[in-house]
Design a protein. Structure first.
Length: 249
């Protein structure tokens, strides 16, 4: 098992760089290339020095990476030569141990959705990953996962309401008002008409964030623990989404 994942991150960065250059139709300057890599990999920073070092590494591996002048500009950019004996065929992008560990941690954090359509989706994706992984990689993944432990998750919290997430997500996507019956801790049931805006995951709970229907401008949104929702009825009334304030009540 690796002691850290820094070399895995380096591999992902270099492979992404190769993929970007392989699909580019013209040379890409340093800043544009850095911006694409940061967006693709979620990097907070990437220096020009590191970018040049990665390009030089690809060159030493036999890939025809060239630095050329940009058309009509004094700046230069990077490109991957195409065709000829010097060309290299881009291999299929593999899954790395770092990506798999991050995915399994995300799966653990999504356990509140077990029994819902989101859990069906993530389990289907997990099956696709594991179906094509070599046994050695599966063993290394199992060892690497012991580094992290996710707690505070109730896997059966919403299992009894398999269609609730689907109904709420459809109403949010369609900007459709809903009638909600909510049961308080005292057992009393109240009825609200809401304009649903999003589902907020705050482990171990999932909350519905929305505005009361007909609320005036400046009204703060409300949060409802969806575990307390007894019934949701979509209405044939649409609304215009509002900006979400940082700290809803």
């Amino acid at each position: 098992m690796p002691r850290n994942f820094s070399r895995h991150e380096q591999f992902l960065r270099i492979f992404a760089l190769l993929d970007i250059l392989s699909n580019a139709h013209q040379p890409i300057d340093d800043q544009a290339l850095i911006a694409q890599l940061k967006e693709r990999l979620g990097l907070s920073r990437l220096s020009i020095r590191t970018l040049h070092r990665d390009c030089d590494f690809l060159l030493t591996c036999g890939y025809p990476v060239d630095r050329v002048l940009l058309p009509g500009d004094r700046r230069s950019g990077w490109q991957l030569a195409r065709g000829g004996d010097a060309g290299r065929k881009m291999p299929p992008e593999p899954l790395t141990l770092l990506e798999l560990v991050a995915f399994t941690m995300g799966r653990d954090l999504l356990r509140p959705f077990e029994g819902t359509i989101l859990w069906t989706g993530i389990e289907s994706l997990r099956h696709k990953f594991e179906r094509d992984l070599p046994p050695e990689m599966l063993m290394r993944l199992k060892e690497a996962r012991r580094v992290f432990q996710v707690e505070g998750i109730d896997p059966s919290r919403y299992a009894g309401r398999p269609r609730l997430i689907s109904t709420l997500s459809a109403a949010i996507t369609d900007c459709r008002e809903i009638d909600v019956e909510e049961q308080a801790e005292t057992g009393a049931v109240s009825r609200l008409r809401l304009q649903p805006h999003r589902l907020v995951i705050r482990p171990p709970t999932v909350e519905l964030l929305g505005y009361p229907a007909g609320a005036v401008e400046g009204t703060k949104p409300v949060l409802l623990d969806i575990a307390r929702i007894q019934k949701v009825t979509p209405l044939d009334v649409t609304f215009v989404p509002r900006p979400i304030e940082p700290e809803p009540e």
